[in-house]
Design a protein around this ligand. Structure first.
Ligand code: USQ
Length: 394
């Protein structure tokens, strides 16, 4: 199977590329280096530098003899997207320059993924809207025009649902109204403009499914944590990008870094905000199972991609417990919440579909968190305290 990974340079994209390559798939990755450029522009700091995509692909080839083809290009331009499907492709790196053929599966990570970034000001809101919607739309049309049978696996977010006072279903809800019944997308109510673009992506692809019988799986993912996957350890240079700053860092990764540099854990508001979390290795498993078990033609299949739920307070307590065992004096500080979100709310999402496909969850235990501490500690001298909190306000 030929798997095309859009956004293949990112925190999840690069580990996904290596994972599929290792499992024998033909892999092509495309990326415009958005994340690297944004990190430089906003001076957010990273735990360590990572080589360019062609360099990483070369290192991967030297270790495994497997080729990951690389296209560095901006998928907001329809011609760049279309070249991935019509063979007019310009590889930035390939051992064999011959076009692999249309992909059977496309994994779509090529999005601006940060809620705070989308709300820095109107300019960053525009970048987020333009990138996320144009890339998704360009993908939809390229698949419609050149690869109708391709399976699109789009990364959505649990944040599309917000925090409703009813149980969250996996994407769809049956509604009875005035004696008649129908099935609709579960109500969405995003808490940031980034999350709003994810709702709009879902709507775009749902349109494509209804009009042109596309095959789409939408993975509603929670915040991901972790730094190591089965492949990243093969060589120092294969590590994934790791952010701990307010803009691009997700909460568990941030808390571990904060504990290590004696920075009081930044709990926003009351800390009762509850979300569904997953280990980066489970992202790989979920995307793999989704690829192996395609959606049908004309189906928008939705899975809630989380393995367990935690409140911010529970995560802070766990970080303190594990940190103290390692000799850190971990403090917890409740900051005025820069975001507009419920801090004490009902949260009961369903998440069974991926387990039914065969995903085996890795849970966040003290041992798992301790292993993350051990890796992050190696880069302690790179950690910049000044980027941990800047207070992007909603
Ligand atoms: N939070 C804190 N302190 C911090 C950082 C975050 O209390 O220092 C709180 C936030 O207020 C929020 C929760 O922790 O209630 C999660 O925040 P986050 O920054 O880890 O995650 P979020 O902004 O929701 O976005 C992340 C990814 C995004 C993905 C999303 C899944 O950046 O790409 O879509 O998680 S979800 O949260 O389910 O929408």
């Amino acid at each position: 199977m030929h798997v095309l990974i859009l956004g293949g340079d990112g925190y999840l994209g690069w580990p996904t590329a290596m994972f599929f390559s290792k499992h024998g798939y033909d892999v092509t990755v495309a990326d415009n280096y958005f994340r690297r450029h944004a990190c430089t522009e906003l001076d957010v700091g990273m735990l360590y530098a990572v080589p360019t995509l062609p360099e990483r692909a070369q290192v991967w080839y030297e270790h495994t003899g497997r080729e990951i083809k690389v296209v560095v290009g901006d998928l907001q331009y329809p011609e760049v997207m279309r070249s991935l499907f019509n063979g007019q492709i310009e590889y930035s790196y390939a051992i064999n320059k011959k076009y692999t053929g249309v992909p059977e599966t496309v994994v779509h990570y090529a999005e601006q993924p940060s809620a705070p970034y989308s709300l820095i000001n109107y300019k960053y809101a525009n970048i987020t809207l333009a990138n996320n919607l144009l890339v998704t739309n360009n993908l939809m049309f390229a698949v419609r025009d050149f690869a109708r049978d391709a399976h699109i696996i789009k990364l959505g977010t649990m944040g599309e649902y917000g925090t409703p006072a009813i149980d969250i279903e996996e994407g769809w809800i049956d509604i009875e109204h005035k004696g008649r019944r129908d099935r609709f997308l579960f109500p969405r109510q995003a808490g940031s403009l980034y999350h709003t673009t994810k709702i709009m992506d879902t709507d775009l692809l749902w349109f494509g499914v209804r009009m042109w019988d596309l095959r789409v799986t939408d993975l509603m993912q929670g915040p991901v944590y972790g730094i190591k996957t089965g492949e990243t350890g093969l060589d120092e240079r294969l590590k994934t990008i790791f952010n701990y700053d307010e803009i691009f860092g997700t909460i568990i990764n941030r808390f571990i870094v904060q504990a290590i540099v004696d920075y009081p854990l930044t709990v926003y508001g009351k800390g009762g905000q509850t979300r569904g979390y997953l280990n980066i290795n489970d992202t790989l498993q979920c995307v793999h199972q989704a690829a192996e078990n395609s959606a049908e033609k004309g189906e928008l299949r939705i899975f809630n991609q989380i393995m367990e739920t935690f409140s911010v307070n529970e995560l802070a307590e766990m970080t303190r417990r594990v940190g103290e065992k390692r000799g850190y004096k971990v403090k917890i500080k409740h900051l005025e919440n820069p975001r507009k979100e419920a801090e004490d709310h009902y949260y009961n999402p369903t998440y069974q579909g991926l387990i039914d496909l065969g995903v085996k969850p890795h849970y966040l235990t003290d041992t798992v968190m301790q292993e993350m501490f051990e890796v992050v500690e190696q880069y302690k001298s790179n950690i910049r305290k000044d980027v941990i909190f800047r207070g992007v306000k909603w």
